[in-house]
Design a protein around this ligand. Structure first.
Ligand SMILES: Nc1ncnc2c1ncn2[C@@H]1O[C@H](COP(=O)(O)OP(=O)(O)OP(=O)(O)O)[C@@H](O)[C@H]1O
Length: 577
């Protein structure tokens, strides 16, 4: 018999709410009332003390905590691939190279991790719309996110939306005190996997043919895509168009995320060779041997591998972070440019060098040339046409148009950033330039709120450097610490870790990793052992945490306490303005 208790499912996106409610009703609906509520509809007193709350994402825990009784068990829903849909994938011969496409970076990573764990016979590659697609991909796979697919010749396997995973149901069963009917829950769970599988055409399975052109080796951006409201960016676009008309090498330099790769593609697109391939090769963190093979190809043990210069033919080879190339490879590329020919590694056949080179670096190459790290003649050859791409903080006129462009790309044009938010964004320094802006808008759109208020902005943006001078300064430079933690992408989690340790210190307790993990999970932050260790190592390096092995447990340092105080004060200051 049903009791009056209820499971409240709270989610931001209504279509997701609908999907998980259906699954929850199929598994538990005859045991207990299931009440779906969109976050924006949630009011105080809707949830009773002995109800259970299931949240679609840990990020909304802070937003709902005022509206639900503190005693209520709060479970964070986790999603997994619906393996009942994966027949086509399982039936493929082992060793297929599969590009995984989903709506957000985190969802792509989660999907890849789950596939690698379960259907381990294939190789999976996470899709990044800003990077060229690895060679020899056999299929593209997506869990129902067809809007995000790149176009290409490759077949698409659609395995339908991801559903709640079995662990979420175990957690709910435990919270409800169901001890004896777990097998029944498992059986019903598997039934839902099948009943919630989309129907595909008979015989055709879930593999669908993708559209027209080969996505590998194609420049995706043209000058039309480049936002340039500021005078400095307009100049860059104007020069870029001029350069595109010549066959000469172009060197682009500017900070990370300023749009160098986008401009390289636009130049190729605008050139007479736009019908030929555009191939991007990153020169960073690769051995000379490996890069040489990537660029020139190889002929070894009767195996021929074609390199970028050969595949590009009359097209463009874009050398990213060219300043990382060591002298022997610089010399070899320079010789190929000069002689207009080269040979594959281990090969004897002479191959014509026809490709146009576009290269990029962060600071231009003149310093490396002066210090002897860069071959002067190669430098001259690469930089005959050279273009500085300005940092975002130096062209704030582009801001509004860039934000609109990003919202459009994310299909989130209805999100409103209020004036205070815009002011905060405009005042921020943007060390990661447009990439950082892109990531920030993606994060904000993911919150599911239509109007973004200042409190929702990531901490690093809310804490303004101009406030720093007026606040008591901790021994460590907080700005520096924030940047360093943020560079790893886990500032909010680190602050939460420090807060837990600070709480522990007040109770004169130190915590080991397991207890910390438990407390974090209670706050909706689920981390693997490895992730937790990494965050603690970074906090230790910055002297914010004293990490001890074994039973002694770890504690927050005095610097850590000051750092937390500083963050709270900064947020307070900002909220007063
Ligand atoms: N002017 C612009 N208009 C529209 N989008 C832009 C512009 N500049 C950069 N972007 C977008 O910002 C992101 C980063 O750009 P891109 O990868 O070209 O930068 P980058 O300088 O090559 O970065 P990195 O050196 O880190 O590889 C991309 O998503 C790109 O589309």
């Amino acid at each position: 018999m049903k009791s009056n208790r209820a499971i409240h499912i709270i989610a931001i996106q209504e279509n997701y709410l609908e999907e998980i409610t259906k699954q929850m009703k199929d598994v538990l609906g005859h045991e207990i009332m299931i009440r779906p509520t969109a976050l924006k509809e949630l009011r105080a007193n809707m949830v009773q003390d002995d109800d259970i709350v299931v949240l679609s994402h840990h990020m909304i825990k802070g937003l709902v905590s005022q509206l639900i009784p503190a005693e209520c068990p709060c479970i964070i829903a986790k999603r997994d691939v619906n393996f009942a849909n994966a027949r086509e994938l399982i039936n493929l011969p082992p060793g297929q190279k599969i590009l995984v496409v989903n709506d957000t970076k985190t969802n792509i990573e989660e999907t890849v991790a789950s596939l690698r764990e379960t259907i381990f016979e294939h190789e999976y590659y996470p899709y990044n719309p800003d990077e060229s697609i690895p060679d020899s991909i056999d299929y593209i796979l997506t869990p129902g996110e067809l809007d995000f697919l790149p176009t290409g010749l490759i077949d698409v396997i659609n395995i339908g939306s991801r559903l709640l995973d079995i662990e979420t149901f175990y957690e709910i069963a435990a919270a409800l005190g169901f001890k004896n009917n777990q097998t029944q829950i498992v059986k019903r769970y598997f039934k839902t996997l099948v009943s919630l599988s989309p129907e595909f055409d008979e015989g055709k399975g879930s593999i669908q043919s993708n559209q027209i052109k080969d996505i590998r080796n194609v420049a995706s951006y043209s000058f039309q895509d480049v936002i340039a409201v500021s005078e400095s960016m307009q100049k860059v676009v104007q020069l870029g168009k001029e350069f595109a008309k010549t066959p000469l090498p172009v060197h682009l330099y500017g900070e990370d995320g300023t749009g160098k790769s986008m401009l390289a593609q636009a130049i190729h697109h605008h050139s007479n060779q736009s019908g030929n391939p555009f191939i991007s090769i990153n020169c960073k963190s690769k051995s000379t041997d490996m890069l040489e093979r990537e660029l020139f190809g190889s002929e070894e043990n009767h195996m021929i591998s074609i390199g970028a210069f050969e595949i590009a033919e009359n097209g463009t080879v874009y050398l990213e972070d060219v300043d990382e190339l060591l002298i022997p490879l610089q010399n070899r590329i320079f010789r190929a440019i000069k002689e207009k020919k080269f040979q594959r590694v281990g090969g004897t056949k002479t191959i014509p060098f026809q490709a146009r080179l576009i290269s990029c670096s962060k600071q231009g190459l003149i310093w490396q040339t002066a210090s002897g790290e860069f071959n002067c003649s190669f430098y001259e050859a690469l930089t005959s046409l050279s273009l500085k791409v300005p940092s975002l903080k130096d062209r704030r006129e582009d801001f509004v148009a860039l934000i609109e462009d990003i919202k459009g790309r994310l299909k989130k044009t209805d999100i409103i950033l209020n004036q205070d938010v815009m002011n905060q964004l405009l005042n921020y320094e943007w060390p990661g330039n447009v990439t950082e802006l892109y990531n920030t808008i993606t994060y904000l759109s993911f919150l599911g709120e239509q109007t973004i208020e200042v409190e929702l902005l990531p901490l690093r943006i809310r804490i303004e450097e101009s406030n720093f001078a007026s606040l008591p300064q901790p021994e460590i430079n907080p700005n520096e610490a924030i940047r360093k933690i943020e560079a790893h992408g886990f500032l909010e989690e680190s602050v939460e870790i420090l807060r837990i340790f600070e709480c522990g210190k007040r109770k004169r307790t130190s915590y080991g990793r397991l207890t910390l993990k438990k407390h974090l999970e209670e706050n909706g932050i689920k981390l693997t052992e490895q992730q937790l260790r990494m965050r603690m190592e970074v906090l230790q390096e910055l002297d914010l945490l004293i990490v001890r092995q074994g039973r002694a447990g770890s504690t927050i340092s005095q610097n850590g306490e000051e750092f937390l105080r500083f963050i709270s004060n900064s947020i307070l200051e900002n909220s007063k303005r």
